[in-house]
Design a protein. Structure first.
Length: 313
């Protein structure tokens, strides 16, 4: 097994990868070719099939495990594979776990730390709302611990949702200590629950793709609906408190153009937005710089709207 993060420019390889994506296109001269996204647990690699009608290219589809033969090249400082041959791999020729990108941190350890934050929530209504999913719903807990936080961009790996959520709560812990205007209980509850809708927005690995509800509703609306279910299951839950918790989740993307139905109107919602954005951006940079042993400029990045480079550590 040659993992993607061990490949080098100039190599010729034959190896099995998960075909995470497949898209047909044409060159400027009208010649057809295929763009592939190849995946293993260490990351993804762009693949190009410049002659898709070749006899060496067998029929294959997205989410197939395929054996590819080709040369590793570099384009815009990123590796890609120019593929000459493809065949669909058979069961027994691969181990599925090798193709699921997974957090490098302990899922059980992170979850125990998250439970510690839940126990710090003094307001019984907010604590019970969080426990409704994170303690009492075993199916949810199992799904949450193994889920990704995104299809692409940041934390797009098994355990990524847990890792991201815990990081956001840690940011919120600092802000709650630094700014007394913040309601710590509300902020913790909102931070822990802000992305619970992603457990239904995205399918599990290896697909990790948008579900019907993900396409139609999105994780913010799904998450608010899930909080509504929890609130209705708790007798006497204060109506205003429920609205405040929902607002924090509704507004956690900060801007209407980023998908939030409402902009932050509470200090806790604004703090959550800052924490969510900070962790998402820093993790995105972490993944961009990963395995790049250079301090050369990497070129313009659309997400950051800037040319990026890594500093010496």
């Amino acid at each position: 097994m040659r993992y993607i993060n061990t490949l080098h420019e100039g190599e010729t390889i034959r190896n099995v990868y998960l075909c995470k994506g497949k898209r047909s296109a044409e060159t400027r001269n009208g010649k057809p070719y295929d763009n592939l996204i190849l995946q293993d647990k260490t990351g993804t690699l762009d693949g190009k099939v410049w002659d898709p009608n070749s006899s060496g290219i067998a029929d294959y589809d997205e989410m197939d495990f395929i054996e590819v033969y080709g040369e590793v090249t570099s384009y815009n400082n990123n590796l890609q594979l120019n593929i000459r041959q493809i065949r669909v791999a058979q069961e027994g020729e691969y181990v599925a776990a090798d193709y699921m990108p997974t957090t490098e941190k302990s899922q059980d350890g992170m979850y125990q730390e998250l439970l510690g934050y839940i126990r710090q929530i003094k307001n019984e209504y907010l604590r019970k709302a969080v426990e409704y999913y994170f303690v009492e719903d075993e199916a949810f807990v199992k799904r949450f611990k193994a889920h990704s936080a995104a299809k692409t961009v940041h934390h797009g790996f098994a355990g990524g949702l847990l890792e991201h959520t815990l990081s956001v709560v840690r940011f919120c812990e600092y802000m709650a200590g630094a700014y007394p205007i913040l309601n710590r209980d509300l902020l913790y509850a909102a931070a822990i629950c802000h992305d619970i809708g992603k457990t239904k927005e995205l399918s599990s690995f290896p697909e990790n793709d948008y579900t019907d509800d993900g396409q139609l509703l999105g994780h913010i609306v799904i998450g608010v609906e899930m909080i509504g279910d929890a609130v209705r299951a708790i007798p006497g839950f204060p109506e205003t408190l429920a609205s405040e918790l929902k607002h924090c989740i509704i507004a956690h993307h900060g801007e209407l153009e980023y998908g939030s139905p409402k902009k932050p109107a509470l200090a806790e919602a604004l703090a959550l937005n800052f924490a969510d954005a900070a962790d998402a951006k820093m993790q995105t940079l972490t993944e961009i710089f990963k395995d790049k042993n250079t301090t050369e400029w990497l070129g313009y990045n659309r997400l950051f709207e800037s040319n990026l480079r890594k500093t010496k550590l």
